[in-house]
Structures are given as C-alpha cells and as structure tokens.
Ligand binder design. Sequence first.
Ligand code: HEM
Length: 307
Amino acid sequence: MKVIIDIGEAIDIGTIVFKTTINLLSNTIFSVDLIQSNGAAGEFKDLATDITKLAGTPNVADFFPCIEDKRECTRVDTCKDMLDAMLNISKDNEFMDKNMIQHLSLDIFVAGTDTTTSTLEWAMTELINNPEAMRKAKKELEETIGCGVPLEESNISDLPYLHAIIKETLRKHPPVPFLLPRKAERDVEICGYTIPKDAQVLVNMWTICKDPTLWENPTLFSPERFMGSDIDVKGRNYEVAPLVVGGDLSSCNGNRMLMLMLGSLINSFDWELEGGMKPEDMNMDDKFGITLREAQPLRIVPLKLSN
Ligand code: HEM
C-alpha cells in the first residue's frame, strides 16, 4: 500500500496511521489492501474503536469478503498468508471453521489497529512537543540509514533511540490503560489483600506507569530513561507492561509496525503544527475508553527536509 502525503498540506496523523495499520494487517492475513490509499477508513474505524458495538454486530465478517473467495480454492501447499495457514488447518480440524477464522481475523484487527494508532499519534505528539527528542531521533536515522532514505525492517534493530521513544510513549500513554479484565481462579492473597475467587481484576497500568515511586519525573517525556536499560515493555517488568501482564509475550507485539511507521514519518519529512500553532499550546489531554486516545486529534503539516 502506498500512502500519499503532500508537502505543506495538514494531515490528521491518526487517520493516516489507522489506514496504514489496517492494510499492513490485511496484507499479513489476506494478502490484500482492505482500504485504498484515498479511501475512507471511517466505518471500520468506528467499529474498531468501539469494541462493545463490535460484539453486537452480526455482519462484521462482511469486512473480510476474501475469505469466501479463498475457500473456493483448492488446498494450498505453500502458505502465502495467515488465511492460507488457517484454511489448511481447517482441513484436518473442524474446530477451525469459517466462523472461527472470521473471529480470529477480527480479533487481530480490533486488537492491533486502535492500539497502534494511539501509540503512533502520541509518539508524534510528544516528539513535536519535545524538539530535542525529535532532533536526536532524526540524527540517529540520518547516521544509520541516511536522511530521507526509506526505512527497511532490517534497520529496526540498529535504532535504539527510536525504540526508546516507543517505549517511553507506551509508558506515558499506555493505549489499553486497564489492560484486559482478568478473573481470579481461586482465592489469592497479594500484599495482604485477599482477591476472592471469581473476582474481576483490572490492572491499572496507566497509574503504575506514572507512579513517582517507580519513575523519576513520571510526567516528563524522556526516552533517555530507556537508553542502556534492559527494561522492556512486554510484561517482564511490571512497572511498565502496557502490552500484557504475565501472559504469552508473543501474543501481542506491534513493535515492528510502530518502528517502521514512526521511523518513516520522521526520516521523510520535517513536521510543524497546523496553523502555526506552537508546541507549548498543544492539548496533551487523554480521552479515556477501552483504548486511550488523544482528546484532540493531532493535525500536522509535513515539510520538505531541511538538510
Ligand atoms: C502498541 C500496540 C499494542 C498495544 C499497546 C497492545 C496492547 C494489548 C493489551 C494490553 C492486550 C491485553 C493483554 C492482556 O491483558 O492479557 C493485548 C492483547 C492482544 N493483542 Fe495487542 N497491543 C498492541 C498491538 C497489537 C497488534 C499489532 C496486534 C496484532 C497484530 C495485537 C494483537 C493482540 C491479540 C491477538 C491480543 C489477545 C492476546 C490473547 O488473547 O492472549 N496487538 N494487546
């Protein structure tokens, strides 16, 4: 998928990232773009940003028309995408029926799009609000792959500062502030409190990530706190576990998509706020929901690189 960004024209960064994420996922699963570069993402966006609506929507599978097409095909020997893999499994396993395939696919879209969009939008917001961090990120990209050069997956491991920016964004703005609800399987005692069997447990990751006893200057955006540190954000370190706590770490990892998109945006353009707004006048409030989004969507103007 190609995303067309015109120099000098303000964009709503959340919408661009949302469309790109949908297509990255739809290519992984179905090998097709679900949204054309100039197409509207609105209907899918409304669904994905409102999980409760989704649960009661009977025709969500209509977003995945290619499932029917592929089912007509004969068994494939090489798996081109995730749908091929699921269809192959379904041949020997009745558990993997059409319904299951549609729901698994939908799960990935709902879990992956709004979270990734929120993180990217906040990362750009924080970088525009912190020009020194933006300067360091640009310098790292310039020295590693060259100014304006498209980012490849193979570059990702050579960009520690960009990685630290993503970790710090996930710490300051965990996209799923209470993670997903859990249920106690038996009575458990934690720190002198008894959690009774069957109680629903919410983990307040938003507060943990800003706890001043765990983090120095927690309201400050400082990617430097992760440089040279072995703290990751995948659930091993409980002071910052915005993806999962105590689960299968591999079940959720949008890091590669985030690095590619953020690195490309920073390395391809300079950026300024729409209408000459100053960074200190930006609205940095959160809008709470199952996922956390910016109260005021970020609108920014791409500029030709100055060097
Ligand atoms: C910054 C990006 C992301 C964040 C912050 C995020 C966050 C989360 C959180 C908090 C959970 C619930 C974990 C729990 O409480 O056990 C979760 C689960 C999940 N996520 Fe993500 N996620 C992100 C990106 C993605 C992407 C890109 C995908 C798909 C490609 C994805 C797929 C999933 C799936 C399938 C689950 C359910 C896992 C399970 O049932 O064990 N996520 N995610």
